[in-house]
Structures are given as structure tokens and as C-alpha cells.
Design a protein around this ligand. Structure first.
Ligand code: NAP
Ligand code: 8YV
Length: 326
């Protein structure tokens, strides 16, 4: 503790708005800059009560890591998805986990729809065609269409519903799969993903990552989606069996895929990069200045609320409130 400011450990580098916001209100410790990170952890261990954590490309905040800080009270995480944090372990140990929901919903839905349109209509390929001077030789080939397609959304939560609203405006039929039906929509619900995959020709993944959704979209689902089928993934790379997807794309089992997320990102398999008929984005779902600023501010504001003894602004469902220590 520096003066009366609580210590906050930042694990990996985060955006300047977060670094500056935390630095102003707290004693900030930058683990990624430490010459000896283990020594910093040992030194802070007994008194540290707060951690700021980044998204999926950062180090996981698992039970073993949190156990190094017996006084830990809060992990303020960047991003709505928090599969890099063991929130169940934290919940059992009375530790608050916060994420950044809602402020990114419309941005990610915009990206998902853009990715879908780019994939179906091959817009990036058409742009590459023009830049390569090929238009002078002839028109770009005709493409597939969004018309008469049915989009099946896996994970009809905040972002899934915002995508569905955009699809409705485009007069596209929407159905969905999740663990339970949603009360506030009239789209057809499929309790079984395979059944839905057979009936649709676009599969849009918007679930959380983590063990409960690992490889949810596997070879069988891709086969059921069929030769005209398109997979759009804006959830987490882990939700799709990536080798099975590559095999399906190569074999023509499905038509195409638009991917914003990957297993092991930022590394993307060369086999995917070499496929010209897919559209690949570097995890930019929420990546506008406006939305990233709102997300970053929420990371800071959750810590400020905690330090003032107020309830967390955006706790994840696993967070017990008021907290109970194990
Ligand atoms: P949300 O409101 O919690 O929605 C998640 C949905 O997934 C819920 O409808 C939930 O419904 C469903 N779901 C959960 N577990 C499932 C399972 N095992 N099988 C099928 N469906 C399941 O979250 P959100 O704010 O919409 O965000 C969703 C996810 O999008 C995030 O967790 C993150 O992974 C991803 N994301 C990606 C980007 C990007 O940049 N690409 C940006 C933001 C978010 P049930 O509980 O009824 O199953
Ligand atoms: C974040 C995301 O940008 O919110 C999420 O779950 O995937 C993105 O909005 C990502 O977590 C940053 O690392």
C-alpha cells in the first residue's frame, strides 16, 4: 500500500485509459514490466486485494494464481467474456469478478453483421480483386447471397439478440439454440444444436468460451450445416473444433466461414490464411475507440466502486454479493 491508496496488480499491459485511471486512484503495480515477476508477486502476495486483468490473449487468472493472494477481493476484467478468469473458484473464495457487458453489445453486433455480409458476398475478395487491377480484365464472379437464408444463433444473449434485430431488419429468418429458451423473443428455439444445424444455412456463434462450450461446433455440426452452409464465429475460438473446421472448409463440407476469434490467437493457422474463400478478422468485435474507451472506463470504475465500499457495478453471475469468505 502506497500512502492510503490500495494496491492494484495489473497482469498484462492494458490500454492507457485504464493504466492512467488506475494509477490516479490506486498504487498500480505492472507485473508485465517487472524485472522479476515472481518477486513482485511474493512481495505483494500478503496484502494485495485487487487485480486488473485483460482479455483472452493475457495470462489466465486461475485458482493457482489467485491463491497467491490470500487477501484478494476483486478481479476487474476487460471484456464481457471472462473465460480467462476462473470465476467459479473466485466465487467460492468470496472474490468479486467484474467484466464489461452491455457497453460493447451494439459494436460487436455491427461487426458480426459486417463479417456475415463480407463472408456471404465475398466483399474483401472483391476489394482485393479491384486493387489487383483484375476488374480491367472482367467482372468479379457472382457470389452467394443472404437472401432466403436462415441464420441460427448459438447463444442468444445480449449480443446475439442485437445481431438478431439487425437480421430482422434485413428480412432474414432467425432461429436459435442455447441451454434454455429466452423469454423475450419469438424466434424458433432448438434445444438441440445438431437439429438446428440441419435446418439452417448460417450458423452464428455468440456464446461465452470456457469448458462448457469447448468444441460445441464440431465436425458433426459442420456436416449438418451442409455444403451451402456458412459459419460466423464472434464468440471464442475454443467454441469451434478448429481442425475440424479447416477440414470442412477444404473438403467443401461447408461453403465458407467468417472468423473473428481463433484457438491460440493471435496465431492463426497457416492453413486458414491460405484459404481465399474465408474471411478472417483479428478479434476486432469491440475494437472501436468509442467502445474500447467505455469498456476500459468500466474496468477502472469497478475498482473505484470497490475501494469506496460500494457494490460492484458489473459483477459476473458467479460473484456472490455480498461476498462471503471461504
Ligand atoms: P450473454 O448475454 O451472457 O450471452 C451469452 C449467451 O450464450 C446466453 O444466451 C447463453 O444462454 C448462451 N450460452 C451460454 N452457455 C451456453 C452453452 N453451453 N451452450 C449454448 N449456449 C450457451 O453474453 P454476451 O454479452 O452476449 O457475450 C457473449 C460472448 O461473446 C462473450 O462471452 C464473448 O465470448 C463473446 N464476445 C466476443 C467479442 C469479440 O470481440 N469477438 C466481443 C464481445 C463478446 P443460455 O444460458 O440460455 O444457454
Ligand atoms: C475484448 C471480447 O476486446 O469482450 C470480449 O469478450 O472478446 C472483446 O470485446 C477482448 O476481450 C479483449 O481482449
Amino acid at each position: 500500500m502506497a500512502g492510503d491508496k490500495a494496491d492494484v496488480l495489473m497482469i498484462g499491459e492494458m490500454m492507457p485509459l485504464i493504466v492512467e485511471g488506475i494509477d490516479k486512484a490506486f498504487a498500480l503495480h505492472k507485473l508485465w514490466e517487472a524485472r522479476d515477476p515472481d518477486a513482485m508477486i511474493r512481495e505483494l502476495g500478503p496484502q494485495l486485494r485487487a487485480i486488473a486483468a485483460g482479455g483472452p490473449v493475457h495470462a489466465p487468472v486461475d485458482g493457482a494464481f489467485m491463491a497467491k493472494f490470500p487477501q484478494l477481493e476483486i478481479v476487474s476484467s476487460f471484456g464481457v467474456g471472462y473465460d480467462h478468469v476462473d470465476a467459479k473458484w473466485a466465487g467460492r473464495h468470496g472474490i468479486i469478478v467484474t467484466n464489461t457487458p452491455d457497453v460493447l453489445t451494439e459494436e460487436v453486433a455491427d461487426t458480426a453483421l459486417g463479417l456475415l455480409l463480407c463472408t456471404v458476398r465475398q466483399l474483401p475478395q472483391a476489394e482485393r480483386y479491384l486493387r489487383a487491377g483484375k476488374w480491367l480484365e472482367g467482372d468479379f464472379p457472382l457470389t452467394a447471397t443472404l437472401r432466403n437464408r436462415t441464420v441460427g444463433i448459438v447463444g442468444l444473449g445480449r449480443i446475439g439478440k442485437a445481431i438478431a434485430r439487425r437480421l430482422e431488419a434485413s428480412r432474414v429468418n432467425v432461429v436459435y439454440h442455447g441451454r434454455k429458451p429466452q423469454g423475450d423473443v419469438t424466434y424458433r428455439y432448438y434445444p438441440n444444436l445438431l437439429d438446428m444445424a440441419r435446418d439452417i444455412d448460417v450458423l452464428m456463434a455468440v456464446t461465452p468460451g470456457g469448458p462448457s462450450t469447448r468444441n460445441l461446433i464440431d465436425a458433426k455440426v459442420l456436416e449438418a450445416l451442409g455444403r451451402n452452409g456458412i459459419l460466423i464465429n464472434v464468440s471464442r475460438g475454443s467454441v469451434v473444433d478448429q481442425p475440424a473446421l479447416i477440414a470442412a472448409l477444404k473438403a467443401g463440407t461447408i461453403l465458407s466461414a467468417g472468423l473473428d476469434v481463433f484457438v491460440g490467437e493471435p496465431k492463426v493457422p497457416q492453413e486458414l490464411i491460405e484459404l481465399d474463400h474465408v474471411v478472417l478478422l483479428p478479434h476486432v468485435g469491440s475494437a472501436s475507440v468509442h467502445t474500447r474507451d467505455a469498456m476500459g472506463q468500466l474496468v477502472v470504475d469497478n475498482l473505484i466502486a470497490w475501494a469506496a465500499g460500494k457494490p460492484p457495478l458489473t459483477p459476473v453471475p458467479e460473484t456472490p454479493w455480498p461476498p462471503k469468505r471461504a
